[in-house]
Design a protein around this ligand. Structure first.
Ligand code: ADP
Ligand code: ZN
Length: 296
């Protein structure tokens, strides 16, 4: 059986799957303290004969396999989880090969193998929710360098009419600072889902997201861009993003993906809710293919 964990700040999704990557069993567990949550996680996996595990975690996290801290959540504002090593904790219970990555990178892998980017070797998965995070599969592999990318914190040009200072504790007016769910709420004084009818909200939101996408397109040349997270539930947002991406590109990147083909290029997830779990299964079974080996 293949194992996968999507470790989030609100909940942990744990699943086992068969060799065809189909989910056999899945539980959602609330994220409380590491001791409590990990006990429930381990109790779930103990029921099954798991041969390998893929873990996608909220970050920032240590993803370098050669680091002694491989598997650690690092500078999270969730104090109880700071410097907690999920991978080591799982290894106490099951001595099987494990791959550890960020949740969004695992989601990108899941989408590349089974979802909206199926069959493609280059894609980006972006979540726009409490935070903004993105992971990328490039040439069929996880995009990583010194660490994982932090594409949610890229710098964008503030709209001339936007006087909001931003909410990122590190940069204030980076993309996350200006366009995350909490940024929308603080700027407009209401929860994002209650602002559905306010066109100015989504026009500005699309303006910022499009800038970020344009930068990712110019830098990574992805074959597909997948936008997930709570804020993307506003379906009117996607066409606004298309409009602004086209306006920013000005016909420069001369591919149909940035003109009439844009609705097939920038899309929502193909497996709502399961992208990171399916990516975890795939990573577990194919470590050598996608990674410079997890820790066996
Ligand atoms: P998380 O990022 O915590 O994993 P989500 O992706 O659901 O979870 O993101 C939560 C954020 O998304 C909150 O800031 C919330 O205001 C916003 N959000 C959730 N649902 C909607 C919605 N239907 N429309 C707009 N914003 C939403
Ligand atoms: Zn930031």
């Amino acid at each position: 059986m293949l194992g996968a964990i999507e470790a989030g700040g609100t909940k942990f999704v744990c699943a086992v799957g068969d060799q065809n990557y189909d989910v056999v069993d899945l539980v959602e567990l609330p994220t409380t303290t590491p001791e409590e949550t990990m006990k429930h996680v381990k109790d779930f996996f103990k029921q099954y004969d798991v041969s390998a595990m893929g873990i996608g975690s909220f970050g920032p996290a240590e993803i370098q396999t050669q680091s002694p801290n491989y598997g650690c959540i690092t500078t999270t504002p969730k104090i109880k989880w700071r410097n907690f090593n999920i991978l080591d904790s799982m290894k106490e219970t099951m001595e099987v090969p494990m791959v550890f990555q960020t949740d969004v990178t695992m989601a990108a892998l899941g989408e590349a193998k089974f979802g909206a980017a199926e069959g493609l070797s280059n894609c980006i998965y972006i979540t726009i929710g409490t935070g903004i995070g993105a992971g990328a599969i490039i040439n069929g592999q996880f995009l990583e360098g010194m660490s994982h990318p932090e594409m949610g914190h890229i710098l964008v040009q503030t709209h001339p009419d936007d006087l909001f200072a931003g909410v990122c504790p590190y940069h204030q007016d980076c993309l996350e600072g200006l366009a995350s769910g909490p940024a929308i709420e603080k700027r407009w004084g209401q929860k994002a889902h209650l602002l559905a009818e306010n066109e100015a909200v989504w026009e500005l939101e699309g303006y910022y997201i499009a800038q970020a996408l344009m930068n990712y397109i110019l830098t990574l040349s992805p074959e597909k861009i997948i936008l997930g997270g709570g804020v993307m539930k506003q379906r009117q947002l996607l066409p606004i993003i298309y409009k602004h991406v086209k306006a920013l590109n000005k016909g420069y990147v001369a591919f149909d993906q940035l003109e009439d083909g844009i609705t097939d290029y920038i899309v929502t997830p193909g497996m709502e809710g399961l992208s990171a779990i399916k990516g975890g299964f795939y990573a577990a079974k194919n470590m050598q293919k996608i990674h410079h080996l997890g820790r066996g």
